[in-house]
Design a protein around this ligand. Structure first.
Ligand code: PMP
Ligand code: GLN
Length: 380
């Protein structure tokens, strides 16, 4: 068999988690918390697991009560008209499935898709599997903000889709209302659609708001907006996310979703529907994660790592040029083996493995875990 993705190896997240397990290292690599979901959510799951009738296929677009809860939350949080649960909201198997379903639904062979790099590792390969052509526009260190002139220059009549991710993995960069207005202006006369990956919507620091593509009316008209309950409820293993898009776009996503997974775990959807109305849980997340960012920064103050600014998500980028001149993959692997802390080499977020001597730490960990990791990192 000739591979459809001959240049693609195993995802860096699997590779580094496996190495961390082999070495008994603290895993600050793959992005997941080492604490559990809120008790109200796990208790709700147990309750629904014990409820007769909650074990068969959910409706294809998602449980209606969960879509209604998503609709209410979105309207309340972003001050936008409530998305219609019947025609504008689809529950997916994590944001991962939503990403793939959107790309499969809209990208045709030869279509161009603009991707701002560094980018989540799925984007490029999933575009290419549709026969699409990723067109990469770099975000530049240290703040990884988009240069909209370069984005404008990358647009062509063949640009089917433009992908944004705010707050951004791996840099934590956050797009502003002005960014969204600029983007809307650039696309005004085009037929280009937007995929806005907002899985870290509740992790923005220093009092800055998260600005959703849904809040810009013209952008919302051409956007698929994705979120993930895995991030919001410390439950990455549940694999439940969703896509909000106008009815004509949602209809296309569902054409794919029905043949990709058909539906998502029924008891998990019931449990999430029970807790979603409690805004307090996600309202505390910015403070919760800002504390972790600040603690981790403080703990590494006397290390030889240089930390980059981190405005959102749950990642911290660092340069290690005062420690080593190895490439980032070699350094990440050696750090895991010799110092007992696993991290992600940022080159994994570039289609050409562009190496800038940068690694990514995930700080979604208990304070004790961050302390222990920092003790080790300060000795490097
Ligand atoms: N997009 C980004 C930017 C992510 O970081 C992640 C999670 N690593 C996903 C999508 C996938 O989300 P999920 O775990 O809900 O599939
Ligand atoms: N989103 C997570 C990260 O960036 C990993 C998800 C995965 O393992 N596929 O670390």
């Amino acid at each position: 068999l000739t591979s459809k993705l001959p240049d693609v190896g195993t995802s860096i997240f699997s590779v580094m988690s496996q190495l961390a397990a082999e070495c008994g290292a603290i895993n600050l690599a793959q992005g997941f918390p080492d604490y559990d979901p809120p008790v109200a959510l796990t208790e709700a799951l147990v309750r629904h697991a014990r409820t007769s009738g909650h074990h068969q296929y959910a409706p294809m677009p998602g449980l209606l009560r969960l879509r209604e809860a998503i609709s209410h939350k979105t309207a309340a949080l972003y001050g936008v008209p409530a998305p219609n649960p019947d025609t504008e909201i689809t529950v997916t198997s994590g944001a991962t499935e939503a990403l793939y379903a959107v790309l499969a639904a809209v990208v045709r062979p030869g279509d161009e898709v603009i991707v701002l790099e560094p980018a989540y590792d799925l984007y490029g390969p999933a575009i290419r599997l549709q026969g699409g052509i990723p067109v990469y526009v770099p975000l530049l260190a240290p703040d990884f903000r988009p240069d909209w002139n370069r984005v404008a220059a990358a647009l062509s009549p063949r640009t089917r889709l433009l992908m944004i991710n705010t707050p951004h993995n791996p840099s934590g960069a956050v797009l502003t209302a002005q960014d969204m207005a600029t983007l809307a202006g650039l696309l005004d006369t085009t037929a280009t659609l937007v995929l806005s990956d907002e899985v870290y919507e509740h992790m923005v620091f220093d009092g800055q708001p998260h600005y959703s593509a849904l809040q810009h009316p013209e952008l919302a008209e051409r956007s698929f907006v994705l979120s993930s309950f895995g991030k919001t409820y410390h439950a990455t293993g549940w694999k439940v996310g969703y896509c909000i898009a106008p009815p004509t776009l949602t209809a296309e996503v569902r054409r794919v979703h029905q043949f990709l997974t058909f539906a998502v775990s029924t008891p998990a959807q019931h449990a999430l529907a029970d807790v979603l109305a409690e805004a307090e849980q996600y309202q505390t997340l910015p403070t919760f994660y800002q504390h972790k960012r600040d603690l981790f920064t403080e703990l590494l103050r006397n290390s030889r790592f240089d930390l980059l600014p981190a405005q959102g998500a749950y990642f911290q980028l660092a340069r290690y040029h005062r420690i080593s001149s190895e490439n980032d993959l070699a350094f990440a692997q050696r750090l895991t083996r010799e110092s007992g802390v696993a991290v992600i080499p940022v080159s994994a977020f570039y289609h050409d493995s562009h190496d800038q001597g940068l690694i990514r730490f995930c700080f979604a960990k208990r304070d004790e875990t961050l302390q222990l990791a920092a003790e080790r990192l300060c000795q490097v």
